[in-house]
Write a new protein. Sequence first.
Lengths: 90, 294, 298
Amino acid sequence: MSWMVWTVPTAIFFSAIAAMLAGMTVWEIVSPTIERKGFLPISTTRGDRLFVGLLSAAFIHLGVIGYTSLSIWLALAASLAWLLVLMRWG
Amino acid sequence: MNKVYNNRAWLLVLPMLILVAFSAIVPLMTVVNYSVQDVLGPNASFFTGTEWFRAMLNDPELQAAFLRQIVFSLTILAIQVPLGIGIALIMPKRGWQASAVLILITLPLLIPWNVVGSIWQIFTRGDIGLMGWGLRQLGVDYNITRDGTDAWLTIILMDVWHWTPLVAMLCYSGLRSIPDAYYQAARIDRASKWAVFRYIQLPKLTNVLVIAVLLRFMHSFMIYAEPFVLTGGGPGSSTTFLSQSLTTMAVGQQDLGPSAAFSIIYFLVILLVSWVFYTTIMNMQKDKNSQGGA
Amino acid sequence: MSYQLDNTQPGEKYNTIFSRVTPTQRRKRNARSRLRSRLLLGLYLVLMILPIYWLLNMSLQTNSEILGSMTMWPENLTFDNYIGIFTNSSWYMGYVNSIAYVLMNMLITICVALPAAYAFSRYSFIGDKHLFFWLLTNLMAPPAVFLLPYFQLYYSVGLFDTHIAVALAHCLFNIPLAIWILEGFMSSVPKEIDETAYIDGYSFPRFFVKIFIPMIRSGIGVTLFFLFMFSWVELLLARTLTSTDAQPIGMIMTRTSTASGIDWGTLAAAGVLTIIPGVLVVYFVRNHIAKGFALGRT
């Protein structure tokens, strides 16, 4: 495994993703999602909204890292806020 | 489409999942790990945080390659889609001629990509290639190793030659699924050829065309072997596309960190585009099903 | 002022409103448009074949003829280039290696893709849509992204420079493709067939092998064709994961360029030989291939 050169931040990152997937699965078993239409132009399930949220979070991070001198934590906070908005009203 | 809800279906998916995950997830994790470090050797690496990402996003050479890539992909789509539809419309529908044409048309798709490069390298050489020699005889100053425009045009021509068959085959299969009754009705109505195309054939084609555009866009976005063999990315860097910049950086210069960061950006762009296409396809199918059900 | 339809002449009889062309004229017109489309198609095919013909032409010439003069067909027909390839094991082993990993990949892929495609076409389960999308992203992922980790991964598990390594690596895009095509073919088989079989007391494995697989034979044939095609034409991963023992033919072809110039004749002959397996395979599935290109969905 040493060739994978793990670091603490990336390990946390992947654990968070795995935890999210596990959480979504449990949530789905407890109360199955209903497809609905929010402010996004397509009707989505919970999983779709999570995916849209994560993908836009990635691009928010890239934008902040590449073209501004803002802190990456700010990007993270913005992404989390956006993710919550999406999950609730998307 | 009323599928049975049954989570035991996961058991059927599992073997496939393990294999694909082995090939996809482990390498992807490794790429992410590389991207935040300066990897010098097996046990010598330094954490660099987001430095590589910042460097890659602001690298003028990569930005140029990205722009070239987009221009290239849109150009070949603009040529291949209409040409493919046109060919599909004039392909014979039945008999031995249909089989023969099918086999001939798929031929370019079955040639290994680097051989496609070799074929065109030979074909366009001024001294031994039919096209290069012929153009020179006609008085055209054609040289793909020195003239950037010639190299560009040749690569586009090569890609059109290589991949138009895919679009044509997709459209052909879409056309074949139109029942004869539709054409008979059109004949009774004395519909013009254009009307037949616009109101019978084109609607049937939209489904396959979305798949064609998706596949063509994605494949052209990762084009590597053909231009690598044909022009080597030159002259200068006028035909260096994304995959080639990436491979040069990763394999040629052994810059693991930067190339990993670049890979992730590249992958995110692909992910975004394929999600948009996928959602479009799925929504189209859903619309069709709900219409059929009503 | 009299009522006048816009495609009639004044004073024309009613029945000519529908057609001002007689049946003979129409037949002639149809024949002419057919001829025109045949000509266009012929033109396209000729232009398409030309580069391949040129390769074939060069493969049958000696290097001195290739470089010496412009000949539209081989004047001194020679098979030396082909003989050279078939008598040199370092050359023909390239073909053996390529075919070996392609066949392995086809076998592995179809075995795991069949049940998975069945699951996608018949059942809905937690995360099915997202799983399907994830599979497709692998089809779209540029191999260049995965090059380095692949090298490291297969090196660390001791599979570097083996056929199975390339076969497994090609699963990355071939399994998603196979599932996508097979799912389309399976969805067109009515579900009543499954239900009847279960009522008749078939177990799932027996039903799947005895009834279901024969029903989608043509779909499987077409899928195998596509698996062959994409594994055969891919070089970047195959090249990265091999060094000497399992080197694909595409890599060996680069050997023709040496310090003393390029051996054009051998390069052309090797190129022609890479096209032949594809032609053989496409011949077998020619009747179903059109449906396969639409992923079984038309």
